[in-house]
Design a protein around this ligand. Structure first.
Ligand code: ATP
Ligand code: MG
Length: 332
C-alpha cells in the first residue's frame, strides 16, 4: 500500500470548513487505500506565541474532531507530533541542508510574519516548513493530502529530499502533493479571494465545525456575494458565489452544474438559505461525536499514545538510517 502523511495545527479550538473540505475529508477517504499517518502538529502550533492550557485543550479537540470526522485508529495511525521526538530530531538535520535564501522564499512565512511584524516573528515560524518536510519524510510518504496553500511547502520538501538523497545516498521517498482541485482553497466568507484560515480569518469569515449552528447559518446568509444577481460559477468574476457553490457541492455531492441549473432564475438569498441548512445538517453530527470523545480525555490520550507508539516504529527506523548516513556514531 502506498503511504500518506498529513497534519493539522491545533491553533484553534475548532477546525473550519476549509480544513475539513480541503484536507480532513480526503484523509478519511485515503484510510481505505493507503497506509495512512495523520498527526496533530503541536510543534507547529507554538511558532506564533501560545497559551499552554489552551494548547492542551486544542490538541485534544483537534484529535476529537479528526475522530468525529471519520478517522479510525484501527485503519490509520493518529498521533500527536510532540510525542514522536524524531520529528524535531530530523527537523534539525533538514534545517542544516536548507539554504537561508531558500527558506526566505516561503510565501506563507512572508504573509504571517508581515501580519505579526517582522521583528516579532519567531525563528520557529521561519523554519516551520523545514520541520514540515521532516514530518513528511520520516514516514517515507508517497503522497501528502493538503490544501492549495501547502503546495510551496511540499515543493521545498521534495527539494530537500532530493538534495539529501543525492548527497548522502537514497534515503527518502519522494512525496507527491495530493490536492483535490475543487476544494483546495475554500475562501473566507467576508473576503472571498483570501483563504479561510484559523489564524487569519475574522469570525464572520469563518465557519467553524464546532460553533453554534445558528451562528454558522447566519454567517452563510451574510456572506459577501458579488455584484449582479446571477448564480453562476466564475471564480474570477464571482468569487463569493463560487465559494458558496463549491461548499454546497462538496457537502452534498451535487455537481456545480447541477446546482447552477437548479438555481437558475433564483436569487443569492435562496442559495444562501439552502446552503445554511446544508451546513447546519453537516455540523450537528460532527459536534455530537466530537463532544463524546472529549467527555473522556483519558481514553483519548490513551488512543493517541498508542498512535504515537505506532508512528515511532516507522519514524525511528528512518531517523536511524539518516543518522548513520550523515556520519553520526551509533549509540552503544
Ligand atoms: P493557520 O491559519 O493556523 O495556518 P489553517 O487554517 O491554515 O491554520 P492548518 O492547520 O495550517 O490550518 O492546515 C490544515 C490543513 O487544512 C492543511 O492541509 C491546509 O492546506 C488545509 N487548509 C487550510 N485552510 C484551507 C482552506 N481555506 N481551503 C482548503 N484547505 C485548507
Ligand atoms: Mg495553515
Amino acid at each position: 500500500r502506498p503511504r500518506v502523511l498529513s497534519g493539522i495545527q491545533p491553533t484553534a479550538e475548532s477546525f473550519h470548513l476549509g480544513n475539513y473540505l480541503g484536507a480532513v475529508r480526503n484523509w478519511v477517504a485515503l484510510q481505505d487505500t493507503h497506509d495512512a499517518f495523520y498527526c496533530v502538529v503541536d510543534l507547529h502550533a507554538i511558532t506564533s506565541g501560545h497559551d499552554p492550557a489552551l494548547l492542551r485543550r486544542r490538541t485534544r479537540a483537534s484529535a476529537a474532531q479528526l475522530l468525529a470526522a471519520g478517522l479510525d485508529p484501527e485503519r490509520c495511525t493518529l498521533f500527536v507530533q510532540s510525542q514522536v521526538p524524531e520529528h524535531a530530531q530530523l527537523g534539525w538535520v533538514m534545517g542544516c541542508i536548507t539554504g537561508f535564501g531558500e527558506a526566505s522564499r516561503m510565501t506563507q512565512f512572508k504573509d504571517k510574519s508581515q501580519k505579526q511584524g517582522a521583528d516579532r516573528s519567531s525563528v520557529g515560524l521561519f523554519t516551520y516548513p523545514i520541520l514540515q518536510a521532516a514530518d513528511i519524510l520520516l514516514y517515507q510518504a508517497d503522497a501528502v493530502p493538503v490544501g492549495e496553500d501547502q503546495r510551496q511547502h511540499l515543493e521545498l520538501t521534495r527539494d530537500l529530499a532530493q538534495r539529501f538523497n543525492t548527497t548522502f545516498g537514497a534515503t527518502f521517498t519522494m512525496p507527491a502533493p495530493y490536492i483535490i482541485k475543487e476544494t483546495a482553497k475554500i475562501t473566507d466568507l467576508q473576503e472571498p479571494t483570501a483563504k479561510m484560515s484559523k489564524s487569519a480569518s475574522t469570525a464572520s469569515g469563518l465557519i467553524e465545525l464546532l460553533e453554534d449552528p445558528a451562528k454558522a447559518a447566519k454567517k452563510i446568509k451574510s456572506a459577501v456575494t458579488d455584484t449582479g444577481r446571477e448564480i453562476i460559477f466564475d471564480q474570477a468574476a464571482k468569487p463569493g458565489v463560487s465559494n458558496l457553490l463549491t461548499i454546497y457541492s462538496a457537502l452534498t455531492g451535487r455537481s456545480i452544474d447541477d446546482l447552477v441549473a437548479a438555481y437558475d432564475g433564483k436569487g443569492y438569498g435562496d442559495l444562501k438559505k439552502d446552503l445554511a441548512e446544508v451546513v447546519v445538517e453537516f455540523m450537528r453530527p460532527i459536534q455530537q461525536r466530537t463532544n463524546t470523545y472529549l467527555e473522556d480525555p483519558a481514553q483519548l490520550d490513551k488512543l493517541l499514545a498508542i498512535g504515537a507508539e505506532k508512528a515511532r516504529t516507522v519514524a525511528g527506523a528512518t531517523l536511524k538510517t539518516v543518522y548513520d548516513r550523515i556520519g553520526f556514531l551509533a549509540p552503544g
